[in-house]
Design a protein around this ligand. Structure first.
Ligand code: SF4
Ligand code: SF4
Length: 389
């Protein structure tokens, strides 16, 4: 069973006003700069020795969404893994580095290699582990059961290492959403199928998060992703590392940096429903830099976000005319079939080597976009949607 952190063992969800976050400037992935920034952020919150006892198993949980180079800003940068891992070793913790990309478990060594995790793990004297290999424990969730990796559940301490990115379904993918990766492989698709609406999906995210609460979250926002994240967006330098012992508080700070309103983000809506969040808070404590100095006002949202500006009654009554939907670009598609194989609704098939989509069956989960290694899935907008956007 995970320990959360020494400051909140008795109460893993303290009052919002006491949920500290820290924000530290870090302009590059230069190893020395990353280490100095990490040390500063952790010291602002306390110390790692308070959280990790000698002999503890410490799971480092990055975001390894897809097998792409770190420069694409889809995955947590390996320099952060190396540096945090060294600090864990200094505390005499035993490191486990693991994640589970979505879809079918195959080619995992390719994920580790491309994302730089093989090198980071080698520098720490370990090998990355696959969440699929050690089995799952099933938990009752809003409907039915969800299997969570035994590795994540049995680690003494989890250090959550997400990337700051946009997300077409949840708008922001950050600290809480990163724990969805503890649900191995294809089971993630099952949850998308069971919970196609953003709020419903976020209810699952919160329920999963409550089973695997990280002791510490450090978010890589040195180079974030804007636009059509989590995999088809564009790198956006923000020059920041975010820290908190509370993943929701950290997501709140991340939202603030990129100009997203908490009240519009499904993760906070779901958290509030179960008493883990309160939209009436008067701001969270932020140690270190002033968020106003690192915040940006022109962070690009996913294309689907434009529909948020349209009043719901209009969207409902004109839904045949106002739409944003995924489509494969024949100029970029290599017919690799990853999208077709991982669509949770079996809504995709091939015609002349290009994926087609049954829009009656499509639940707009964004999985095809996430899985596409070529950025070949884009969001097609109807004329009226473009007009309103
Ligand atoms: S077509 Fe894409 S967005 Fe639609 S259900 Fe399948 S994976 Fe999800
Ligand atoms: S995942 Fe991308 S490249 Fe592969 S078949 Fe689908 S659209 Fe084409």
């Amino acid at each position: 069973m995970n320990r959360t952190n020494s400051l909140s063992l008795a109460d893993p969800f303290p009052q919002i006003a006491t949920r500290n976050t820290a924000l530290v400037r870090c302009s590059s992935y230069n190893p020395l700069e990353v280490r100095q920034a990490l040390r500063r952020g952790i010291d602002l919150l306390g110390s790692l020795e308070q959280t990790i006892r000698p002999g503890d198993t410490v799971l480092l949980k990055p975001n390894l969404l897809t097998a792409k180079e770190p420069e694409r800003a889809i995955t947590t940068h390996p320099e952060i893994i190396s540096a945090v891992g060294e600090m864990v070793l200094d505390c005499r913790g035993k490191i486990i580095l693991g994640d589970s990309p979505g879809g079918q478990a195959r080619d995992l060594p390719k994920y580790w290699d491309k994302t730089g995790m093989t090198g980071a793990a080698a520098r720490l004297g370990i090998k990355p582990v696959s969440f699929e290999d050690a089995g799952i424990v099933s938990f009752p969730m809003p409907e039915g059961f969800v299997g969570i990796s035994r590795i994540a559940l049995e680690a003494d301490v989890i250090i959550n290492l997400p990337k700051l990115k946009t997300h077409q379904l949840t708008r922001l993918t950050g600290a809480v959403k990163n724990m969805f990766g503890t649900v191995p492989g294809f089971r993630k698709g099952e949850i998308h199928a069971r919970a196609p609406q953003p709020l419903h999906f976020a209810q699952f995210l919160i329920a999963i998060y409550q089973q695997v609460i990280p002791a510490l979250t450090i978010m890589d926002a040195i180079i974030a992703m804007e636009g059509n994240g989590p995999s088809s967006g564009h790198p956006r330098p923000l020059g920041a590392l975010l820290f908190s012992q509370d993943a929701l508080a950290l997501d709140s700070l991340a939202a603030k940096l990129v100009g997203m309103e908490e009240t519009r983000l499904p993760v906070f809506q779901a958290a509030e429903q179960v008493g883990l969040w309160d939209f009436n808070h008067n701001g969270l404590p932020v140690l270190g830099e002033d968020p106003l100095e690192l915040a940006v006002t022109d962070f690009k949202m996913p294309d689907v976000h434009r529909l948020d500006r349209i009043p719901p009654f209009l969207l409902r009554s004109l839904k045949k005319l106002i739409w944003v939907r995924p489509k494969a670009d024949p100029a970029l598609c290599t017919s690799c079939a990853r999208c077709v194989q991982n669509c949770p609704e079996d809504a995709m098939w091939f015609k002349k080597g290009i994926p087609q989509i049954d829009y009656h069956a499509c639940i707009k989960c964004g999985c095809c976009d996430e899985f596409c290694p070529e950025r070949a899935i884009y969001q097609e907008m109807s004329r009226l949607a473009k007009f309103f956007a």
